[in-house]
Design a protein around this ligand. Structure first.
Ligand code: ATP
Length: 226
């Protein structure tokens, strides 16, 4: 059993659907950083139908996937905000401001993301301001090298932020970047959706309870949903 850690780790994503790659990363981060991981499904974008499963279904699948796994927790805050403000798009910067407001200025917060998400960070709303609010914990991902071909503004932003050990995440409330030491996980949600629509084997890519939910609700059967 882990003792309580002051570090709060949030793992946001569409989770459409959650798969074994997500769980492997969450468990690796939990074990390496010694803190609970809060999985935070994104809300549906306003003004258009959900692309695959809707937000409620995606959150239910996350709950099924983490049931009985120590240290993984479902955080519904983005869905709750969307329920309260259905016309407003949901941005990570707003979520992080809400979390920072709740925990205060000194508690260390980290956002767990895959390397592909880190590479796309300059496209996020107010992306530079995120570093004032949170640390980043980055999971390597096949095809998304962490070093090398980063866009210059991102490279500049990351310079001097890389942390050598997990304990360094506790030394400040935000602003560091830590690379997770875990094997590369090949799974992706788009591959799961593609395989379901194509009638190829997919159940082995995610937990059995999530596979049963997908079959029961007949999700992802057409490629238009991918
Ligand atoms: P899609 O294939 O539709 O892009 P996804 O599998 O990347 O979906 P998301 O919900 O978009 O799933 O991912 C949530 C977060 O998990 C992102 O930060 C993403 O980079 C990361 N992630 C997902 N799968 C992996 C993986 N296999 N290895 C490393 N990071 C991953």
């Amino acid at each position: 059993m882990r003792g309580p850690s002051p570090l709060q780790i949030f793992y946001g994503g569409t989770f459409d659907p959650i798969h074994d790659g997500h769980l492997a990363i969450a468990c690796a981060a939990r074990d390496e950083l010694g803190a609970d991981i809060r999985l935070m499904p994104a809300a549906d974008p306003p003004h258009r139908p959900a692309p695959g499963a809707d937000a409620g279904q995606r959150a239910e699948m996350v709950a099924l996937a983490i049931a009985g796994i120590d240290g993984l927790v479902l955080d519904r805050r983005e869905l709750q905000r969307a329920d309260a403000q259905p016309q407003m798009p949901s941005y990570s910067i707003d979520t992080l401001r809400q979390i920072r407001h709740e925990v205060g200025p000194r508690v260390p917060i980290a956002l767990l993301i895959g390397a592909d998400s880190l590479i796309g960070l300059p496209d996020w709303r107010e992306w530079r301001a995120l570093f004032d609010l949170t640390h980043f914990v980055v999971a390597p991902r096949p095809g998304s090298p962490l070093d090398g071909e980063l866009r210059p503004p991102l490279q500049q932003q990351l310079d001097g932020r890389w942390l050598g050990s997990p304990t360094a995440l506790l030394a400040s409330a935000a602003g560091g970047v830590y690379r997770l030491h875990q094997p590369l996980q090949p799974e992706s949600a788009s591959e799961v959706r593609r395989r379901i629509a194509a009638g190829q084997g997919w159940e082995q890519l995610l937990p059995a309870a999530v596979a049963a939910y997908i079959r029961q609700h007949r999700l992802y059967l057409t490629s238009a949903q991918s």
